[in-house]
Design a protein around this ligand. Structure first.
Ligand code: NDP
Ligand code: 8X3
Length: 254
């Protein structure tokens, strides 16, 4: 056992669940959080022989709940070594003038404000102990624009820049901050984006070999296992089947 503790948001599916399995193999104690309890219970059962697992039903948009969850952690889980800020979602792919405003609110509240709350309530302990690692899951959508990416990409650009700014604030401490920017990966992400439309979700990956949640977990493993003086700032990865497009140009028909 490493004796270390990781706190993962969005551990009920996708990257978060794969990272929970990866951290279990590294001997971490796990604090697994998400809104859905059943998948967390299943994961706790699956990993019980490997790790001590504390599960917390948590909606990261609820500031008081985030504070309460962190402040009431059992003693053995209180000293958090790694915070994996992973919970997040995209909703819709409509152009900005047609989008559901509630979807924009949900993405901002989850991807930006939820990540802010978890960071703000966990970071003081890391600074006090003069050790810790915050790993923020951003996206290629935060670095590169695409049609319909409007607020989702904006929230991920926040995550990337917030990560860099945290590093500036933490200079002189041994607290590390890393930002991972994956491209297209097959998880529940597209099912959520297209609100349960399985066919639309499957079309995103059709004919490609997308990144997997395990690919992201292995990336996180590499990032956390660097020597303590090495801070991986930003790391972008994509499937071999994805790359950048050319500029889009509108031409009037003559
Ligand atoms: P999934 O939909 O598979 O998992 C998302 C996780 O976030 C779930 O565990 C979900 O749990 C949790 N979550 C969503 N809303 C909340 C909330 N309000 N409070 C707490 N937990 C919440 O998607 P991914 O694993 O693919 O996504 C993980 C992260 O990676 C996200 O931030 C996403 O934006 C990012 N990302 C994904 C990419 C992809 O192509 N898949 C590429 C780049 C980045 P529950 O519903 O139980 O609350
Ligand atoms: C998820 C990747 O390209 O669907 O962040 O925005 S993308």
């Amino acid at each position: 056992m490493s004796g270390k503790t990781v706190f993962i948001t969005g551990a009920s599916a996708g990257f978060g669940a794969a990272c929970a399995r990866m951290f279990a193999t590294e001997g971490y104690r796990l604090v697994l959080t998400a809104r859905r309890v059943d998948p967390l219970l299943e994961l706790q059962k699956e990993l019980a022989t490997q790790s001590e697992v504390q599960i917390i039903p948590l909606d990261v948009r609820d500031r008081a709940a985030v504070q309460g969850a962190i402040e009431s952690l059992p003693e053995r889980f209180r000293s958090i070594d790694v915070l994996l800020n992973n919970a997040g979602l995209a909703l819709g792919l409509e152009p900005a003038h047609q989008v559901e405003l509630d979807d924009w609110d949900t993405m901002v509240d989850t991807n930006i404000k939820g990540l802010m709350y978890c960071t703000r309530f966990i970071l003081p302990g890391m600074v006090e102990r003069n050790r810790g690692h915050i790993i923020n899951i951003s996206s290629t959508a935060g670095a590169w624009p695409y049609a319909g990416g409007n607020v989702y990409g904006g929230t991920k650009a926040f995550v990337t820049q917030f990560s860099r700014n945290l590093r500036c604030d933490l200079l002189g401490t041994r607290v590390r901050v890393s930002c991972i920017q994956p491209g297209m990966a097959e998880t529940e992400f597209s099912k959520v984006r297209f609100k349960g439309n399985d066919e639309q979700a499957a079309n995103v990956y059709q004919g490609t070999e997308p990144l997997t949640a395990v690919d992201i977990a292995e990336t996180v493993r590499w990032v956390v296992s660097q020597p303590p003086h090495v801070n991986v700032n930003t790391l972008e990865l994509m499937s071999i089947d994805q790359t950048w497009g050319p500029f889009a140009i509108h031409r009037e028909q003559k």
